[in-house]
Design a protein around this ligand. Sequence first.
Ligand code: SF4
Length: 326
Amino acid sequence: MKKDALLSVKGLSTSFNTHDGVVRAIDGVDFEVFPGETLGLVGESGCGKSVTSLSVLRLLNPAMTRIQGQVMFDGNNLLDLSPDQMRMIRGGTISMIFQEPMTSLNPILTVGEQISESLRLHENLDRRAAREKAVQMLEMVQIPSPGVRVDQYPHKLSGGMRQRVMIAMALCCSPRLIFADEPTTALDVTIQAQILKLLNRLKKGSATSIVLITHDLGVVAQMASRVVVMYAGRIVEEAPVVPLFHDARHPYTRGLLNSVPVLNDESRNRLSEIPGIVPNLLRMPGGCSFHPRCPRAEDICRKESPSMTAFGDNRRVACWLADSKI
Ligand code: SF4
C-alpha cells in the first residue's frame, strides 16, 4: 500500500515581475514526497528546480513574485499560512541546506550561536541547553573538537566544515523534511564524497525525507530513491532511480544521462552534449518546450505541448514519443 505523502505539490506556478515582462519560472509543477524517502530534483541551471524549493518554502520576495497552486504539508496549504506561521515551520519541521554555506551562514555570529538560534526558537531551549545541544550536533556531523569549534566564526572553518555546520543546523530540530539545494556543488570531490556519506548515514534509520536539488546525476544515483526531472520550468519525467537510469523515456533525461562520464564503458568513447541552450523564459517555444533541442522532434512536438502521462509503474513522462524506444 502506498504511504500518504508528507508533501504534496499541485499546480505550482511562480512568476517574477521583471523589467522585460512577467517571467513564468515554473509552470504547473506537481510532485509528492513520501516519508523517509530522498527525492532527487534534477535539471540544468535555470530549469526551475531552486525556484520550486524557494516557492514551497515561501522564501521569494512576495513583492516581486506571484505563486499559485497548492503545497500541502501536515494538512496545511503552506501558500495560505501567515509569514509568522511559515517562520515556525522553516527551520523546525522543514529545514534547508544551501549550496554555499559561506553566504548562508551569518559571518558575525559564531556557529554555536547560529545553531542555538533555531533550537531556542523551535525547541524552547534556554541559552545553556541550546549551546550544549549545538556541541552535540557538531559532534554528530563529525566536526573535530566540537567544544572549541562551537565558539568560532564561520570564516575560521574550511568549506567542508561549514557545510557540516549547515547540516547540523538543518538537523538540530529533527525536521520531517529537508530541502538540500546543491549541498555539495561548492566542495571539492573528496569533501563532496564525505558530505554525501554523512548525509546518507544521518538519514539511515530516520523518517526524515529529503528533497535533493542538484544538476549532478552522480549525486542522485548515490542518494535518491526517486527522481523528478525539470526542464524550462516544468517537470518532464518522474521515475524511481533505477528505471530512470536504465530506461529514461524523455529525450532530455536521456541527454542528461549521456553527458555523465562512465568509467570503463567502452561503448561510450565520447560524452555527448545536449545541443542548444535552455530557452529564454520570456520567449518560450510553442509546442514541447524541448523541441528546438530534441533529436527526435516531430511535427506534433512543434505544435502541441505534451502533458505528464502515467508510464508503467510509478512513472510519468511528458513526451509524445514516450512509448517508442529511444
Ligand atoms: Fe522531443 Fe517531441 Fe518528446 Fe518533446 S515531445 S521531448 S520534442 S520527442
